[in-house]
Write a protein that binds this ligand. Structure first.
Ligand SMILES: *[C@@H]1O[C@H](CO)[C@@H](O)[C@H](O)[C@H]1NC(C)=O
Length: 308
């Protein structure tokens, strides 16, 4: 706990200094992050996030399924050796149930469900490769949106819910499933990664415990990349939202002059480049209560915006 607080203090210090002094340190100063998904460890979006998070200075460890496990919710099983080649031929058939990339020991596959990738990473990898528990678990960015009731079936949301610690599930509307070897400069996957890291930075700068216990964030990005309103991560405007429509009742945290948060679908559907940030209860994947929402709204402060 002491070291997590120290990292948070360092991040705040760097954020404070960065406006006035050119800092030679990477902004994240080795803060450990565990990353999973449901699209599989060789998917473009998760690898783009891994690359950008490392470049930002995070100590980043991927522990994600060996195959595409989209739609598997919170399913769990014991990892098994591979009987066919792993996703996009990234792992030979006959390989062990868990393993890492031949040239990078911070890239792990777990041949089980998305939630298992995270629980395995926390229990069996993070002490060795992150030097202790991660400060934060990130899942995704998922290929395709996870809005409203889709959150119940999403393995990316399921993996975040399984973390049992502060976690963010990211999803992006653009593209289709493809291998990380297809990433190009300006790729929407890099836009999602850069935008996701802005929220990660902001949440960590708020200090421990980052999120109320028993909650996680579900974040959705609209279409991104060249020719869209989201050409870079800096274009993304984050808006506090709720997963489910609540009949317009004023039951939410005070934000943008009211107590009724917009649904995440309406945020992502607004013309421009708006990303939804919903706080959910990890035990049932329903919207978190008003007090917990307020904690997050207050911690993120000016990082959050209002819809036009
Ligand atoms: C950690 O690894 C051990 C030994 O391989 C395994 O039995 C256990 O299930 C793993 N823990 C998780 C949470 O996957």
């Amino acid at each position: 706990m002491f070291s997590v607080q120290l990292w948070a203090a360092l991040l705040v210090l760097q954020t404070t200094l960065s406006g006035t002094v050119a800092s030679p340190l990477p902004r994240a100063a080795g803060i450990p992050i565990l990353v999973g998904n449901d699209d599989g460890w060789a998917e473009a979006n998760i690898r783009a996030f891994y690359t950008q998070a490392k470049a930002a200075g995070y100590n980043t460890l991927v522990s994600a399924p060996a195959y595409d496990k989209s739609g598997s919710g919170s399913s769990s099983t014991t990892p098994e050796p591979l009987t066919t080649p792993g996703e996009y031929d990234s792992i030979p058939s006959g390989s062990p149930a868990v393993g890492h990339d031949a040239s990078d020991d911070h890239l792990w596959y777990v041949n089980a469900y998305p939630a298992d990738g995270i629980t395995y990473g926390l229990a069996n990898l993070s002490a060795t490769y992150l030097g202790g528990p991660p400060a934060l678990v990130v899942t995704g960015p998922n290929q395709g949106s996870n809005l409203g009731i889709a959150t119940l079936f999403s393995g990316t949301v399921g993996a975040a819910a399984a973390a049992g610690m502060p976690a963010i599930a990211f999803s992006g509307a653009s593209g289709s499933h493809r291998a990380y070897t297809e990433l190009v400069a300006g790729d929407y996957s890099y836009v999602y990664a850069d935008a996701a890291l802005r929220l990660v930075d902001a949440l960590l700068a708020g200090g421990v415990p980052y999120l109320p216990s028993g909650t996680a964030l579900n974040v959705n990005f609209p279409e991104a990349g060249p020719g869209t309103a989201c050409e870079s991560g800096a274009d993304v405007v984050f808006v506090m939202s709720r997963v489910y429509w609540a009949l317009g009742l004023p039951i939410d945290a005070a934000q943008c002059g009211g107590n009724t948060l917009p649904t995440e679908s309406s945020v992502v559907g607004t013309e421009g480049c708006y990303a939804s940030v919903s706080l959910f209860d990890t035990s049932n994947k329903l919207d978190a209560g008003k007090a917990d929402q307020q904690t997050v709204v207050d911690a993120l402060g000016d990082f959050l915006s209002c819809l036009p």
